[in-house]
Write a protein that binds this ligand. Structure first.
Ligand code: T3D
Length: 263
């Protein structure tokens, strides 16, 4: 029987994606990276899927690059790191950021290297209390990739980002939440209620507006105030044309719960 390294379970408007190589802490080999790219493309193309829940099987979220595969690559004389990143992690990070739907990351255990930074690329990061985040790259003589040098300073400031990247030490989930690296921590064993249920909730919200919020946030770190005000005007014009806006206002005036359809 072939067990896929990515489990893809669409249900109730949520695409549950599970990194599934638990024996090696869901570290990424080439096949798993390609499979994750494929399922993210499936989610993008399916309007019935209105939120993503990304998590890991077993006791870790992901230990980043599969180092055994990396060594095997070197053995074959294939050591083009740049090309490897361009083909594996970069398209994953781009797909998560460009997806016009919310991506909730349920960090169930260790998130190291590219695994940590793929988590940080998600919209809401919710971690189990036993999770830890490790910018492990420096421990093996590499630099952070998968968007880490972009997201980390924006999330926690340059001083803390520098320490995390240069020292390569594990950061516990509680401390990660306290410093604003992630959205929140939930008690060990409750990620299903605290993480997956947030994705369920988002799948019932106005999807077009959520996608536009994401577009605005993607630009806010680099735009000027003038550019951002103009982008807000454009995005509000688009949100105002959605049937979910019509429904939201009608439901408010009729004093009932809105039934958003995601358009
Ligand atoms: O092209 C390129 O190569 C560049 C791309 C770079 C992107 C990157 O992500 S670089 C960073 C790579 N990741 C790491 O350096 C992290 C390595 N792992 C760890 O530091 C630790 O495993 C953890 C801190 C994540 C967890 O520690 P612990 O003590 O809970 O577990 P463990 O005993 O170390 O690991 C359990 C098993 O998973 C073990 O296998 P075994 O002994 O049971 O057969 C271990 O070898 C395996 N494993 C863990 N991480 C990886 C891995 N196998 C392959 N690759 C891994 N990254």
């Amino acid at each position: 029987m072939t067990v896929s390294s990515i489990l893809f379970e669409p249900k109730d408007g949520v695409a549950r994606i599970t990194l599934n190589r638990p024996d090696v802490l869901n570290s990424f080999d080439k096949a798993m990276a390609a499979e994750l790219q494929r399922v993210l493309a499936l989610v993008a193309a399916d309007a019935s899927l209105r939120a993503v829940y990304l998590t890991g099987a077993g006791r870790a979220f992901s230990a980043g690059q599969d180092l055994a595969e990396a060594v095997a690559r070197e053995g074959r004389g294939v050591v083009n790191f740049a090309e490897h990143l361009r083909r594996t992690y970069n398209p994953i990070v781009r797909a998560i950021r460009a997806l016009p739907k919310p991506v909730v990351c349920g960090v169930n255990g260790a998130a190291a290297g590219a695994g940590a930074n793929i988590a940080l690329a998600c919209d809401l990061v919710i971690a189990s209390a036993e999770a830890k985040f490790i910018q492990a790259f420096i421990n093996i003589g590499l630099v952070p990739d998968s968007g880490g040098t972009f997201f980390l300073p924006r999330l926690v400031g340059t001083a803390r980002a520098t320490a995390l990247m240069m020292l390569g030490q594990p950061l516990g989930a509680t401390e990660a939440a306290e410093m604003g690296l992630i959205y929140k921590v939930v008690p060990a064993g409750t990620l299903e209620e605290g993480g997956y249920m947030v994705a369920r909730q988002l799948a019932c919200q106005p999807t077009a507006a959520l996608g536009l919020i994401k577009k605005l946030l993607n630009s806010s770190g680099t735009n000027t105030l003038e550019e951002q005000l103009e982008l807000e005007a454009e995005c509000q014009a688009a949100a105002g044309k959605s049937s979910d806006y019509t429904e939201g206002v009608r439901a408010f005036l009729e004093k009932r719960k809105p039934a958003f359809v995601g358009r």
